[in-house]
Design a protein around this ligand. Structure first.
Ligand SMILES: Nc1ncnc2c1ncn2[C@@H]1O[C@H](COP(=O)(O)OP(=O)(O)OP(=O)(O)O)[C@@H](O)[C@H]1O
Ligand SMILES: [Mg+2]
Length: 442
């Protein structure tokens, strides 16, 4: 084992670039800096050191490159030195479990981290489509609704859509706490600083944290760090997937990721499209989502992923929500009205869908899911009439049945499922049984 570590270290030293490529500042504005002398070796996304800051190359032409620094370069002068550092890579290691790291792979919780033996590209390609496995078996999530009506299977990618403050982060936290996975990787992007600490200390706690890596870039971080945080987290997830682990990946939120990209793309001179997002946003989101999912071959694990998206009001058609919905295997919608009446998670089951169905459940379970949806749908259609006392029992058999089961079904959606999917389906069947006419109840 020690031999291997020594070999890895030797390889890393042999790979280290001792030659420093130096460029010079030729112009600097409030956001970007133009640099000559690096065009020949630089590539988009490479890192540079500039006037005490780090920067990313966001545009190249034959004479000069454009650099977006990660902080203000006040005092920068024409002719000042810019050092090319190299490709944007990360070398994750198993020992990173239990740590909160920054987007560059440095520990945010004190100490220093061992770099892993392999440097991975932050923008790696997904496994070849033809070699990927199918979606795997159902996962126990610890939450009744995900164990039954909206199942999550290994390698599935889901979107979590909601307005601000409706409970996205809390729900992701509940899933991270309970889901049945080997490793959990969490990207916290554009969060408030206190939320990162709360997530680690309160939501996860030390036991769960021991199998988790959190990559955080808070809202005060520059856009290149916020965008990089998501790529770094995905790179960490790929490291564990390739080691055969079942990885549960959470990104909170993809909206902040896309907003960081928007700032970078605008600085690079890209035009704007719908809602001010540049055309490259769709590819950015799709290529990230595609990296999650089932692994390839027999030894890789899978990356099961949930991406949260902030939607304005009930505008599920926003460019980010729209793009994500098209590439994912399901979406979960949280509803503000449900949150306002205090039922958490505030999942609107009728507007949510898991595309791992019907394969993820057996015939009996699929029949229960269909019946639950039918009852919830009937109640939803008649809700206004029922609430205002205008509905008279007996006028619609479906609504009558829905009225009887609704309180139990609504409570079921908020239940925990400590004993796994089979027990959760038994509970769902119990809730639906409440609708049987009284004379048949015995
Ligand atoms: N499961 C829950 N139980 C009790 N309260 C909850 C639950 N989920 C959310 N809440 C309430 O909703 C508030 C907002 O939750 P959360 O921070 O998860 O929302 P969010 O959608 O992530 O918000 P933002 O858009 O600001 O990121 C919480 O502070 C809490 O008061
Ligand atoms: Mg949140």
């Amino acid at each position: 084992m020690e031999d291997q570590s020594f070999k890895d270290l030797c390889n890393r030293i042999a790979d280290t670039n001792v030659e420093h490529q130096i460029g010079r500042v030729i112009s600097a504005g409030s956001t970007v800096v133009r640099v000559t002398g690096l065009s020949r070796m630089a590539a988009i996304g490479d890192q540079v050191a500039i006037g005490g800051a780090m920067g990313e190359i966001i545009d190249i032409n034959t004479d000069a490159v454009t650099v977006l620094p990660d902080r203000s370069c006040d005092g920068l002068r024409i002719g000042e030195q810019v050092t090319w550092i190299g490709r944007s890579e990360l070398a994750p290691d198993d020992s990173w479990l239990g740590h909160v790291i920054d987007p560059y792979g440095a520990a945010l919780d004190g100490g220093s981290l061992i770099q892993g033996p392999v440097s991975r590209s932050l923008r790696a390609a997904p496994p070849p489509a033809t070699q990927r496995r199918h979606l795997g078996p159902r996962m126990a999530t610890g939450l009744a609704v995900f164990d039954t009506i909206l199942p999550l299977v290994r390698g599935q990618r889901m979107g979590l859509f909601a307005g601000s403050g409706v409970g996205k982060s809390m729900l992701l936290g509940q899933l991270a706490q309970n889901v049945d996975a080997d490793v959990i990787v969490v990207a916290l992007v554009g969060e408030r600083g206190r939320e990162v600490r709360e997530f680690v200390d309160k939501t996860l706690g030390p036991e769960r944290m021991a199998k988790t890596v959190v990559v955080a870039a808070t809202s005060d971080q520059p856009p290149i760090a916020r965008r990089r945080a998501v790529w770094s987290a995905m790179t960490v997830a790929e490291h564990f997937r390739d080691a055969g682990k079942q990885v549960f990946f959470l990104a909170d939120s993809i909206t902040r990721f896309a907003e960081a990209h928007r700032e970078i793309a605008l600085a690079a001179g890209e035009g704007v499209g719908l809602h001010g997002f540049p055309p490259s946003t769709a590819h950015l989101i799709m290529s990230l989502a595609e990296r999650a999912g089932p692994g390839q071959g027999g030894t890789n694990g899978d990356i099961t992923a949930i991406f949260s998206v902030l939607v304005a009001g009930s505008d599920m058609e926003g460019p980010i929500a729209d793009t994500l919905r098209g590439v994912l295997d399901g979406h979960v919608v949280l509803d503000r009205e449900i949150a306002e009446r205090g039922r958490y998670p505030a999942i609107d089951v009728l507007r949510s869908v898991s595309r791992s169905l019907p394969g993820a459940a057996n015939d009996h379970e699929n029949a229960l899911i269909a019946l639950a949806r039918r009852r919830l749908g009937a109640y939803d259609r008649a809700e206004m009439m029922i609430q205002s006392g205008l509905y008279s029992a007996g006028s619609d058999g479906d609504v009558d049945a829905a009225v009887q089961v609704w309180p139990a079904l609504d409570a079921f959606i908020a239940e925990k499922a400590p004993s796994g999917p089979n027990a959760a389906f038994d509970r769902l069947a119990d809730c639906l049984r409440a609708a049987r006419p009284v004379r048949n109840a015995a």
